[in-house]
Ligand binder design. Structure first.
Ligand code: NAG
Ligand code: NAG
Ligand code: NAG
Ligand code: NAG
Length: 464
């Protein structure tokens, strides 16, 4: 199924690029930028998305500064003079029913500590063509969030409509009605201008929508996840399974992403385009974390007030006990089934490790990049979909004296047994003479059922 999806996606994007080459109708005069874009699209098409070439092409696209030359209107707030850790970006337009922008901003600010807020800037792009509505909204925002505006933690901007490409007579893809095409095309441009604006405000950029609730201290959770990623390659980290919510980027990728959205603005909705962008930049698999940090509050989507009850069941409001999971490699001699690779058991990815019937003596080892004190370890085996595939008998050991060459520890100390496939033990700080470098799960009995390791959580200190 996954394979099929990926193939379809690849085919879809090739087709799209082909259509684009035929159809690219620039909204400005045929200047050198547009020529370059056409060339790029052609390259992409010809190469059938050959990974390395495309990455370079996208990079080149990102270097060209003329394409998104917009004079933004600052509706409220002042840009910070110092680069922040995180920009939280969202667009808002007039809705037929309720508007949740103020609630969303309240949630962002109330769920963050003062320390977190110092490292964050929120950018709102009020993107309605109705200036009257934008003004009313700014007034409300200014009244309620005066302190945040003054402290440079909140910015409200607007990209004037003269910078927008045509939004009438667009291609009617996917059998979408004309107003639907218009809505989603404009939304792509709204996002492109927002991202283009935000590109050098911070190191990381988080996309949310104007109708979400945030979980407590989401910035700290994001920081922990980033630390767990170590220096592994990623383009998009996902902190929600919904639409264009909770998607994290390196800010340095934003110029390219903005251009990408502009280039394909009329082809498909943003929540498909961002998937193509990730694939083009060669991150093949979704990296989504559980629990989710953002939840829809809206019951109506911004498009024509159609009912939109999509909720993320993985959302958790309070994550004060979130594990630290230091960067690590995973090795196992249990035969891995398909794509259920060992790393998926670690750092609570929305996925799991799946191994074929393990035998006594098989092991699954987490090898830390650096020795680290360990306070608590919690391991779940089996999962809702495969309750039989739990570890029937096994133990957990802490390892020291890592061998730099073969990723193994020389010396192991047992710390406890699995009970009904679960392991949870704290107070481990003084279990080993030196800080552990490995955690090893050892299978102690042959089992004919397969083994799912659904999560491995490691805390490096006590308390939140
Ligand atoms: C883009 O610009 C950077 C810095 O100016 C440069 O190092 C890089 O080679 C450029 N990339 C391409 C593909 O032109
Ligand atoms: C951007 O646009 C302004 C006017 O709209 C123009 O003066 C300026 O030269 C442009 N900058 C670049 C880099 O093209
Ligand atoms: C963003 O980049 C521009 C141009 O390099 C610079 O003038 C501006 O000060 C930068 N803004 C921030 C917040 O770093
Ligand atoms: C456990 O499995 C291994 C390898 O599959 C086999 O060699 C061994 O005899 C089995 N042990 C028992 C007690 O069944």
């Amino acid at each position: 199924m996954r394979c099929f999806l990926r193939r379809s996606l690849t085919m879809a994007i090739s087709l799209l690029v082909f259509l684009l080459i035929i159809n690219l109708t620039p909204w400005t005069q045929e200047d050198s930028d547009v020529k370059e874009l056409k060339q790029w699209a052609q390259d992409v098409g010809l190469n059938q998305l050959h990974a390395d070439r495309n990455w370079q092409n996208l990079q080149r696209l990102g270097n060209d500064t003329n394409f998104l030359n917009v004079s933004y209107r600052y509706l409220a707030g002042v840009p910070p003079h110092k680069k922040k850790f995180l920009t939280v970006g969202l667009c808002s337009v007039k809705r037929k029913w309720s508007n949740y922008l103020l609630e969303t901003l309240s949630s962002v600010f109330e769920q963050s500590t003062q320390e977190e807020l110092q490292e964050m800037i929120v950018v709102v792009h009020l993107a309605d063509p109705d200036q009257e509505w934008n003004s009313q909204m700014v007034e409300k925002v200014a009244k309620r969030f005066a302190a945040q505006l003054l402290m440079g933690r909140l910015l409200v901007i607007h990209a004037p409509s003269e910078y927008y490409p045509p939004l009438a007579g667009l291609k009617r893809n996917f059998n979408d009605a004309e107003d639907r095409v218009r809505f989603r095309s404009k939304q792509n441009v709204d996002y492109a201008y927002l991202m283009n604006f935000a590109a050098n405000l911070s190191t990381y950029y988080l996309m949310i929508e104007d109708d979400v609730r945030c979980s407590k201290s989401f910035l700290t959770t994001i920081r922990k996840r980033l630390a767990s990623q170590g220096d592994s390659y990623w383009v998009t980290l996902e902190f929600s399974k919904l639409g264009y919510i909770g998607k994290l980027y390196h800010s340095s990728d934003l110029p390219q992403l903005a251009r990408f959205l502009m280039l394909f603005y009329q082809e498909m909705p943003c929540d498909w385009l961002f998937v193509h962008f990730r694939l083009l930049l060669t991150q093949k698999e979704v990296i989504r974390f559980k629990p989710s940090l953002f939840q829809h509050i809206g019951y109506y989507s911004s498009f024509q007030g159609t009912a939109n009850k999509l909720k993320d069941e993985d959302f958790e409001e309070d994550l004060s006990t979130l594990p630290d999971n230091p960067p690590a490699d995973m090795v196992t001699d249990i035969a891995t089934f398909g794509n259920y690779l060992p790393y998926k058991a670690y750092s609570n990815m929305a996925n799991f490790f799946w191994g074929k019937a393990p035998s006594a003596g098989n092991s699954f080892t987490i090898v830390f990049k650096q020795a680290t004190p360990i306070f608590r370890i919690q391991i779940h085996t089996g999962c809702r979909q495969h309750p039989e595939d739990y570890l029937q008998a096994g133990l957990v050991e802490l390892g020291t004296r890592k061998n730099r060459c073969d990723l193994h520890c020389a010396s192991y100390t047992p710390i406890g047994l699995f009970k009904h496939g679960q392991f949870d033990r704290e107070g481990l700080e003084s279990s080993t003479a030196s800080a552990p470098e490995c955690v090893r799960i050892v299978v102690t009995k042959n089992q004919s059922e397969w083994l799912v390791i659904s999560s491995i959580s490691i805390w490096t200190k006590s308390g939140p």
